[in-house]
Structure formats: C-alpha cells, structure tokens
Design a protein around this ligand. Structure first.
Ligand SMILES: NC(=O)c1ccc[n+]([C@@H]2O[C@H](COP(=O)([O-])OP(=O)(O)OC[C@H]3O[C@@H](n4cnc5c(N)ncnc54)[C@H](OP(=O)(O)O)[C@@H]3O)[C@@H](O)[C@H]2O)c1
Length: 330
C-alpha cells in the first residue's frame, strides 16, 4: 500500500506492506478523505521529533478484507468513518478500522461528499445528544448558540440542532461568506464574533441561551459564555484550554460545563464504542433522505504532499468554511 507519513519535518510518500485485518477490523481501500484541524494539531506535536505517523481521520472507501470476528460488514461494502487517533490515519491507499466505529456510506452521496462527514458528525452528535443530553421531544424550541458556525463541526452541528433536535439555532460568523454559509446550513440568526457578542444579541433581542456549543477558543469565550448562558443551561466545548479558569463563575446559575472529545470512545475502547457506528449509520440515513446535506465545500484532486500542505494551511488560517475533501487513490 501507499501512504503519506509526516516524519517530524515534512510529508513523505512511502510504500509499506498492506496490513491484514484481524478481530473486528476491516481493511478499507480508500476512495476519498477529508482534513480536520486535529490533523494540523497532531502534525504540530510531531514537529521536530523523530516520530512519524500517517495522519488523517476521515475517509470513505470500499471494504477489501475483514477480520475473523467482523459481524456487520462484508468485502465490497462501501463505508465511511473517522477512525482512531491511536492508529494509522487515512492519508493512505488502505486503512484498518474497527467495524464498531464504521458506518455504511450514504448511497446518494459521492465518496468526497461522504468523506467530509464522519469526524465532524460524530463530534457534533455526541456534543448535542450524548454530552448536553438534548432531548428532541422535551427540548424542542430551546435556543442554542454555536460559536464558530461556518467551520466543519459548526456546519453539521447547525443542521443536527435544527433538523434533529428542533432547536432555535444562533451561530457566530465574522465574514459575509461565512454568515451566508451558516444561514444556508439552517441557522436562524448569526452573531458576529469580531464584535461584542452581548451587543450583537441585543440586536436580535436575545438575552440568553439554553445551550452553547464552543467550537473556537474556550479560553477566549469562557467568561462570555458564563454570562450569556441561561440559569441551569449547558455549555459543551470541543477546544482545549491553555489557561486556568474559575469554574465557580458557573455555580450561581448551576450551569453544566462538559467536554466533547470524539476519540474518547475509540481511545479507551469504552463499553459503548459501538455508538459511533450507530451515529454514522443515522447520519448516513439522514443524508440519503435529504434531511441534512453534506458540508463539503471544496474537493482537491488527489492525495499528494502539495495538496496536503495546502489544505493544512487553509485549516490553520482559521478561515475554512465547511469541509475540504481530497479524492483518494494514492
Ligand atoms: N473535541 C473534539 O472531538 C473535536 C472534534 C472536531 C473538532 N474539534 C476542534 O473544534 C474546533 C473547530 O473545528 P472545525 O473543524 O469546525 O474547524 P474549522 O473548520 O477550521 O473552523 C473554521 C471556522 O472558525 C471560525 N472562526 C475563526 N475565528 C473565530 C473566532 N475568533 N471565534 C469564533 N469562530 C471563529 C471561522 O469563522 P469566520 O470565517 O466566520 O470567522 C471559520 O469558519 C477546532 O479547534 C478543532 O480542533 C474538536
């Protein structure tokens, strides 16, 4: 098989032996991948070290071989998945992935449109329904703020919060094109995160939020979130802090603060690891029925050192809108 490794200094195309799947693993022939900020974060950790790794945690492809304990897939099935951060990633022609964190690729979507979805959909679904425990029956009509709505996670979080949970969805975005993108994903209102958020809320006659999903600097937004969350509301963040924060500022309002890390289930092989396969199959059905749409905004052709460098640069600029996929066949 072929793969692109990051060797601590640069991306490099290598040839290596194609692994054989065992247990509940599938060997997938990759047809398309997409990139995420986690790729650039892992790359940064490796920078200047002697370690090398195949990055990339989003792919769509065809099952080429299966382990002896696989229950749900057979050779030839079309699948999509984010994978496991502790294993080799998807910048490759082939990848091993546990069937429990794999879903059936949406039939009506291309490989590129499908590869754009897994990591961000799992993160957004877990944040809304597993971490903040939003109940579409009971919580319909409540208000959520999604900070960083036009990015990869925000684009699917808007759709799930609106179409599946039935919430009123307000996002933040700072540019004309990102504001329009949020509205095209279903946002009911957009606040400009370059301006004072409370003043922006006043303009939309909003005094607080039942839920806040933080997809940008938790350090920067922690105090503001504590001020604009409703008493007994819930805040979920996906972005690590670099500073210390005073949790007590959430006490008076009995606010829940919860983390979402979409690799938790695979990293610790939790008892409910299979939930991620279930989430992906739900996402696949929602996409096929047209209830939600792919968040793909651009496709690059094909996986190469140059394309990966360019895609990483765009992610690091903080100006990505939706998702970037790269056609596979390395
Ligand atoms: N914990 C997890 O499991 C998990 C999973 C996925 C992602 N993440 C993390 O979540 C974050 C978002 O991921 P992503 O894939 O959505 O990223 P992304 O696609 O790169 O996000 C780009 C968006 O960020 C917005 N943005 C830039 N500066 C901002 C600011 N100061 N305040 C609010 N928004 C701002 C931009 O909006 P404008 O252009 O309108 O400014 C842009 O549309 C990343 O840090 C990522 O590593 C964590």
């Amino acid at each position: 098989m072929k793969a692109v490794i990051y060797n601590g200094n640069e991306f490099q195309v290598i040839e290596k032996e194609t692994p054989s799947p065992s247990g509940r693993d599938l060997l997938v022939r990759i047809k398309a991948i997409s990139v995420n900020p986690i790729d650039t974060k892992v790359r940064k950790i490796l920078e200047g070290t002697n370690s090398s790794k195949i990055l990339g945690w989003d792919a769509a492809g065809i099952v080429e071989a299966i382990g002896d304990e696989v229950k749900n897939y057979k050779v030839g099935d079309k699948v999509f998945y984010a994978g496991d951060i502790n294993r080799d990633g998807s910048y490759a022609s082939h990848q091993i992935v546990d069937e429990r964190i794999t879903g059936i690729k949406p039939e009506n979507l291309s490989y590129e449109e499908s590869a754009a979805m897994p990591l961000t959909s799992i993160a957004a679904w877990e944040a809304l329904f597993d971490r903040m425990n939003i109940d579409p029956e009971k919580d319909k009509g409540k208000r959520i703020l999604i900070i960083g709505g036009a990015g990869g996670v925000g684009s699917i979080a808007i759709q799930l919060a609106k179409k599946v949970a039935g919430l009123k969805v307000i996002t933040t975005a700072s540019r004309e094109e990102s504001k329009n993108w949020c509205k095209s994903m279903g946002a009911d209102g957009v606040l400009d995160h370059r301006k004072d958020l409370k003043a922006e809320m006043e303009q939309l006659k909003i005094d607080n939020f039942d839920y806040i999903l933080c997809l940008n600097s938790t350090d920067h937004y922690f105090k503001t979130m504590s001020e604009i969350i409703k008493p007994q509301g819930k805040i979920c963040s996906l972005v690590s802090t670099e500073k210390d924060h005073d949790l007590d500022i959430l006490k008076k309002k009995s606010v829940t603060f919860v983390w979402e890390f979409m690799f938790t289930r695979s990293m610790f092989t939790t008892e409910d690891i299979g939930e991620q396969g279930i989430i992906l199959n739900r996402i696949s059905k929602l996409l096929d029925k047209g209830r939600i749409k792919s968040t793909l905004s651009s496709t690059q052709d094909v996986i190469s050192v140059e394309i990966l460098n360019r895609s990483h640069q765009l992610l690091q600029s903080g100006k990505a809108i939706g998702k970037i996929s790269i056609s596979g066949i390395l």
